[in-house]
Design a binder for this molecule. Sequence first.
Ligand code: KG4
Ligand code: ZN
Length: 381
Amino acid sequence: MAAPVRILGIESSCDETAAAVVVDGREVLSSIVASQIDVHSKYGGVVPELASREHLRRIVPVVREALGQAGMSLNEVSAIAVTRGPGLIGSLLVGYTYGQVLARSLGKPLVPVNHLEGHVHAVFLEAQQRSSPELPEFPAVCLIVSGGHTVLYEVVSAPGVPETNGSPPAIRCAYSRLGATRDDAAGEAYDKVAKMLGLGYPGGPVIDQLAVHGNAEAVPFTAPNMRGNVLDFSFSGIKTAVLRYIRQHPEFEAEIASREDALRAGTQRADELLPLCTARTLDLVASFQRAVVTDLVRRTRAGAERRNARSILVSGGVAANRELRETFAKEVAQSGLQVFFPSRELSTDNAAMIAAAAYPRLLAGEVATAGTAATPNLPLA
Ligand code: KG4
Ligand code: ZN
């Protein structure tokens, strides 16, 4: 039996500073996520300069906590995995440079990881947390939907799965991009609509909870017509449509102002904002969510059909959305496909998914060389 492969993962691509220890790509010993929501919430979105400053402040204690919770010292780590891209350059540089310095000073391999591959592996990691793991069958189609990304990939099992020398087998995949957003990411649309309506930041979780109180059929939104590639997405149109609707109804003004006052006074939770929302606002929020969810599900299913996929994987912050999960589960059940989501904790940015994605790459010897650097636009396929 080979010695367990203990990977310390580091993630800092956007506004979460995260570290985790994962053994053999499947057993999560620790996963620490320091969120910067408090720092960015008053701006209604991530401010890149503030994000890198916060990463600098938090990276050392977060890594220390992840090791502490795993009951391990740095010397017991087999390798360091770090997000190379895509992401904000200032944010990426903090995690990448720290990982690089740690690896060099310890004489351990550094495994650069694509953040999007991390989101795909979050699904496999989740499936492996069950006592009798049911893994997705390939080919699969994976929708990665977050504040920074909305992209659809075909995921196939890659040839040449590395020899594990007695360690548990590694899941190794290859990707081809089927479609992506041409403008805003879906999570970005949630955040911008929430900002317009005085619902705070991040918008996704609050809109998710408020939407159940509204009539999702009340405001008709037209689905974007994606000429050229029907598997592409666009969310800037719906954002503008929401703004137009707000302007057409002057009574929104006082209501939005009262919620903004409440936010300034420290209110953040959906149950506290709910009494400050009229039926018209709840209908608007529910209709917005219905339109976004319907579009995401429809295009993902079209991608799955086109590639004869056997399963659908959904990952990224918006994958935490209740209506999205329910709609996928319902529609996919009808078509005989399997659908897989990570838990809420593994859906949003974390370092366990980075350590998990690094496992097959480490076994294949794909470690950083002197020329490897943090890359803000790093492609997956
Ligand atoms: O993956 P993530 O943590 O960071 C990025 O890479 O962006 O995703 C954060 C995004 C935010 O836009 C947030 O509003 C959205 O995910 N989000 C949600 C929900 N929870 C988080 N959107 C819809 N419904 C949710 N429950
Ligand atoms: Zn992400």
